[in-house]
Design a protein around this ligand. Structure first.
Ligand code: HEM
Length: 504
């Protein structure tokens, strides 16, 4: 039988042609099933193994392929090859996501959105694994699992719990700036096409003279910012849980390719030393007046993946994946993430997750890692599996040497992330966002959304949590604080009087 002919037949996974696919083999038409009906076993057994662990967070997402094109020469900052020529194109895969929900959750929940980009560069894959917000809730990776637990389900009720969320946020004022963004209409973006993306962390760039600068990455949507109001988001949740998936898929299907402009902010090492806040603090933005956006290129998404599980579910991004000319920074959160992502991928997808086509570097991958579950790339064939050896010519390349780094300190300790040096001002940037950047309508919506979200607090600690969070809102802006207090039915004067009385 020719391969082509065989190709059209229904077969088992090992290629045996089925003679029957509707009835199980039994002893007599009404009799018991025979163990030898292997096809039945194979179908059931494979089905039983269809689910892999979902991402511990960012479980619900949508992905697409596209291209990044350089539009401006930034070679004075970086020697990264993907940026080395105006007009140069690099293939990308992007996955957008919500954060707290499960794989089947609604796309319009109030939540940050993930914005993860994999650039398939000739020097290896570069993953910029960001969000639609330039900052984050916490500034030390040790707090990450605590924070995410509050965004997931309560261990007793198995329901989402506004009480857990506000308890944590009110105890962690470093979260305030990001909570303010989350409470604004940017917390409910209109799908994935109408939002910006941010690398969020401070990264570094090195040019061909080994001069280093600190950078922040920004993807600015060319579709314009568009958000749902809170009511619209709730309405859409009832109408179409998969709104953002449908919106992205259908836009690309009909050739309406979404685009973003990539821009960077640049800070010299000297500027960083003299800044009045910690430039490696993920809860802070770099003011655009001091660090203006510099054009880099354009990202366009133009191809839907053929198979969701194969390409989107199995995609795996890691902030550890940088390329020559782009580097890390001492941002503690980034340092924590360098460790966390490859670890979680090895758990979710296995030790050979980099071989899955969407994750695989399309250029050379040469090393002496071997074996492991699901190794499918030839495993190095007959080649040596140790280094050094006398048989192959694979070598390290000193051209790629990263400049050595002088650290500001040489004393190891558990430093308080919120000390004066770590950054103890949780309010100024949030205040500037509320007063100077939001227009009146945005301010009104943010206040209304905050009241709605805080109303969800319940249980014996309700008042304590609400009062604690109100103190933070008052410190951001008095009007914000008092309007939220009013909306929650809190009489601030009498609360203050009873607190003063209680403290004698
Ligand atoms: C210490 C801090 C953090 C830790 C330990 C952490 C850990 C994780 C883990 C374990 C996943 C699941 C990955 C998977 O199974 O594929 C994940 C996904 C993700 N995280 Fe984080 N995260 C941190 C902070 C952040 C920050 C600050 C951002 C954005 C600036 C971010 C953006 C994302 C995105 C976009 C995804 C989804 C990637 C995808 O689409 O596959 N995370 N994170």
């Amino acid at each position: 039988m020719s391969d082509q002919k065989k190709h059209n037949k229904l077969t088992t996974a090992s290629g045996r042609i089925y003679v029957e696919n509707d009835n199980t083999k039994t002893v007599g038409p009404r009799g018991p099933v025979l163990v030898e009906d292997y096809i039945l076993h194979e179908k059931m057994a494979h089905f039983n193994r269809e689910r892999i662990p979902e991402r511990v967070m960012h479980a619900k997402g949508s992905g697409a392929y596209g291209v990044f094109t350089v539009t401006n020469d930034i070679s004075k900052y970086t020697k990264a090859k993907l940026f080395n020529k105006i007009g140069k194109k690099t293939k990308v895969f992007v996955r957008f996501s919500t954060v707290g929900g499960e794989k089947g959750s609604a796309d319009t929940e109030r939540d940050p959105r993930g914005f993860a980009v994999k650039f398939y560069t000739e020097d290896g894959n570069w993953d910029l694994v960001g969000n639609n917000t330039p900052i984050f809730f916490i500034k030390d990776p040790k707090k990450f699992s605590d924070f995410i637990h509050t965004q997931k389900r309560d261990p007793y009720t198995n329901m989402k719990s506004p009480t857990m969320m506000w308890d944590f946020w009110s105890l962690m004022p470093e979260s305030l700036h990001q909570v303010l963004i989350l409470m604004s209409d940017r917390g409910t973006p209109y799908g994935y096409r109408y939002m910006n993306g941010y690398g969020s962390h401070t990264f570094s760039m090195v040019n061909d003279k080994n001069d280093k600068v600190w950078v922040k990455f920004h993807f600015k949507t060319e579709q314009g910012i568009k958000n749902f109001t809170s009511e619209e988001a709730v309405e859409m949740k009832a109408k179409d849980m998969d709104f953002a998936q449908r919106d992205l898929l259908e836009a690309i299907d009909k050739g309406d390719f979404p685009k973003w402009q990539l821009k960077i902010q640049v800070m010299t090492e000297d500027q960083a030393r003299h800044l009045d806040f910690n430039p490696f603090d993920l809860t802070k933005v770099w003011p655009h007046g001091d660090f203006p956006l510099i054009e880099v290129g354009e990202l366009e998404l133009n191809q839907d993946p053929d198979n969701y599980f194969q390409e989107v579910e199995q995609s795996a991004f890691a902030p550890a994946h940088v390329v020559d000319g782009i580097g890390y920074s001492p941002d503690k959160m980034l340092q924590g993430r360098i460790l966390s992502y490859p670890d979680t991928h090895r758990y979710r997808l296995g030790a050979n997750y980099e071989q899955i086509p969407v994750n695989r570097c399309p250029f050379a991958v040469n090393n002496y890692d071997r074996d492991g579950l699901m190794r499918i790339d030839g495993n190095g064939g007959r080649k040596s599996n140790y280094y050094p050896n006398s048989f192959d010519d694979i070598e390290v390349d000193k051209e790629y040497y990263e400049p050595s780094e002088a650290l500001d300190d040489n004393i190891a300790d558990w430093y308080d992330r919120n000390s004066k040096i770590g950054g103890n001002d949780h309010y100024s940037q949030a205040r500037a966002l509320f007063r100077d950047i939001m227009n009146l309508e945005e301010q009104d919506n943010t206040i209304a959304n905050t009241i709605e979200a805080m109303s969800g607090n319940s249980g014996p600690k309700r008042e304590e949590i609400i009062y604690r969070q109100l103190c933070h809102w008052f410190r951001v802006d008095e009007e914000f604080g008092s309007r939220v207090a009013d909306g929650l039915g809190v009489d601030v004067n009498s609360v203050m009087a009873s607190m003063n009385a209680a403290h004698g």
